[in-house]
Design a binder for this molecule. Structure first.
Ligand code: CA
Ligand code: CA
Length: 580
């Protein structure tokens, strides 16, 4: 008896010793290799894009085209309060918890099998924040014991995964000047990578890398030519060459916001960040290409230097932000990347050097360009640009044009998926155009800096949205599924031959990845504009997606906004699994 007691104490002492020998953040800390391997490890989702390359592809097959019609809710959780609005987040799953962000810069941790709340964090937002496009957030990042996300008042907050307590918090910039943050951060080599929103306020786009454990700044890389970068607090060379692609002082308020975050590919060891419109929208004020606006910019994660860039819309005059995700994929031994731009073209780039490999339309009507010259990599413009207001009789309004796509884009922020099984990209696209005209404008800190007016209009009576499957090598559209309202949510593809996406009408839907046949749908109670994920736990495959209509369409959609005004707001997270 005495001996047993002794040995048990010894065991306890030995266990305690082994525990104290571990780092403070112990067994379930998310590491760099966990993030790099995220796409292969199906028991968790530890990065935005389900892998830093952003493919949103899962090798799981438990849920497949034969049984997906047996999906039923496992649980649902309300984000609560009066703070509904658009829920554009992608959840993350690790160590029995699901982490998700909500509107108004909130974050939640729940039990991933039961939906029971573990903690809720409500960021205290000041009066006077300037989000352009609803009070949304697109998701967080996991690193070590932290859940890290950006806020509408341009801060970055790191919370303890267990408790939701703030571990560190850093100010990105002045929200009063138009800066905000809503994209999911990216983790690369222990650094948390974030951009800035505010392209409609003449802010300066940039990518920043901080030590993910402490928040300490490592490097800053501006995405407007002429601005100085830093590395460890020291000057690190200007981006581009001052005034090479910008006239006068316009580069000082040049926009090129990095508002949709970035992806990373370890094979070429580069970060790919998209950049928004050059400011102001009135392109007559800024002749030149206006680098590095409307581009994918490839950045060295160690030095913060630009390795290459590819510009989709030189001298953008239509607000065709180039922020959409750049997704790495390999084909025939080539290291490629796919990007479906707001301007209506799908681009395939060589991701080792940024050279254009292929470009083709993924929407039915593109008025501003006939195509993209594969030799020069430049668009073949049609001349459909709004007129110069300074050339008009009253000097107040330039010639109005109609142009498709609208500035909300052939595709907007909502991420597409790439299936390694089918070799296809699944692109959430929209068919719409706009009346557009230019006006004179002068820069005023914290005020909208557009010099343009617009009304968005549908192109068809029966649909705006279309989920489309494209072969990136041939440019062939393999299938499409039309949707009445504009699509505004992310896509997920699985090895089970299923593609998932949501609709503003409230459905999460599943389609056959090869044919587009609708296999299943479920009404979540409000529009689905978030991004679905999948993982396994306790031997069962789960699908989760946020629900809650909102985002830019109801605010900026013109005639389209009128058509969708009956859609109700919401705020919840849904999880599904196969019925037994
Ligand atoms: Ca994983
Ligand atoms: Ca913009």
């Amino acid at each position: 008896m005495k001996l047993l007691s002794y040995s048990r104490d010894a065991a306890v002492i030995a266990l305690a010793a082994s525990l104290t020998a571990l780092p403070a953040t112990s067994a379930f800390a998310v590491s760099d290799s966990d993030i790099l391997n995220d796409a292969e490890t199906t028991n968790d989702v530890v990065s935005y894009g389900m892998g830093p390359q952003g493919q949103r592809y899962s090798t799981l097959t438990q849920i497949n085209d034969k049984n997906v019609n047996k999906l039923v809710p496992a649980w649902t959780y309300s984000f609560g309060g009066e703070k509904q609005r658009g829920q554009e987040s992608q959840p993350l799953v690790s160590n029995g918890k699901i982490f998700v962000t909500g509107s108004y810069s909130r974050a939640f941790a729940l039990n991933s099998q039961t939906g029971e709340e573990i903690w809720q964090y409500d960021h205290r937002l000041p009066e006077g924040i300037l989000p352009c496009c609803d009070v949304i957030n697109r998701g967080g990042a996991l690193y070590d014991n932290l859940f890290i996300f950006g806020t509408l008042d341009a801060q970055i907050v790191a919370l303890d995964q267990e408790t939701g307590d703030v571990v560190w918090k850093e100010k990105i910039d002045e929200f009063k000047d138009g800066y905000s943050n809503s994209a999911a951060p990216l983790i690369v080599k222990g650094k948390v990578i974030t951009g800035v929103s505010g392209g409609e306020f003449g802010i300066i786009g940039r990518l920043e890398a901080r030590d993910a454990k402490t928040g300490k700044m490592v490097w800053v890389r501006p995405t407007v030519e002429g601005h100085m970068g830093t590395l460890n607090g020291k000057d690190n060379g200007i981006s581009g060459k001052t005034n090479a692609s910008w006239p006068g002082d316009l580069w000082k308020t040049g926009g090129a916001a990095t508002w949709n975050g970035a992806t990373y590919d370890p094979e070429v060891d580069l970060i790919f960040v998209g950049t928004g419109n050059p400011a102001p929208w009135n392109a007559h004020m800024r002749p030149g290409d206006n680098l590095y606006s409307t581009s994918t910019v490839a950045i060295d994660p160690d030095t913060g230097k630009i390795a290459w860039h590819y510009q989709f819309t030189p001298n953008d005059g239509w607000d065709y932000d180039g922020v959409n995700e750049t997704v790495s994929f390999n084909n025939g031994g080539k290291k490629l990347a796919g990007h479906a731009d707001r301007n209506g073209f799908f681009y395939v780039l060589d991701r080792t050097n940024g050279k254009l490999v292929n470009a083709f339309p993924f929407v039915n009507q593109i008025d501003w360009a006939k195509g993209v010259d594969l030799k020069t990599g430049r668009p073949i413009e049609t001349g459909v640009r709004p007129g110069d207001p300074s050339a008009s009789t009253d000097g107040k309004k330039g010639k109005q044009i109609f142009v498709a796509p609208s500035f909300l884009g052939g595709k907007n922020w909502m991420p597409m998926a790439y299936s390694q099984a089918t070799g296809l990209f699944y692109v959430p696209s929209n068919e719409w155009g706009m009346d557009l005209w230019n006006e004179p404008v002068t820069y005023k800190k914290g005020a909208a800096y557009l010099g343009a007016g617009f009304t968005i209009k549908p192109l068809n009576d029966d649909y705006i949205g279309a989920l489309r499957a494209y072969d990136p090598i041939t440019g062939k559209r393999v299938w499409e599924v039309k949707n009445k309202a504009p699509l505004w949510g992310g896509v997920l593809a699985t090895a089970g031959n299923v593609v998932f996406t949501g609709t503003p009408e409230g459905f999460l839907k599943a389609f056959n990845a090869k044919t587009g046949e609708e296999l299943w749908k479920f009404q979540t109670g409000s529009g689905v504009v978030g991004s679905p994920i999948t993982w396994t736990e306790g031997g069962e495959q789960y699908i989760a997606v946020p629900s809650g209509w909102g985002g830019a369409v109801p605010l900026w959609g013109g005639d389209v906004a009128k058509a969708v005004k009956s859609l109700n707001q919401g705020g919840s997270l849904w999880a599904f699994k196969l019925s037994k």
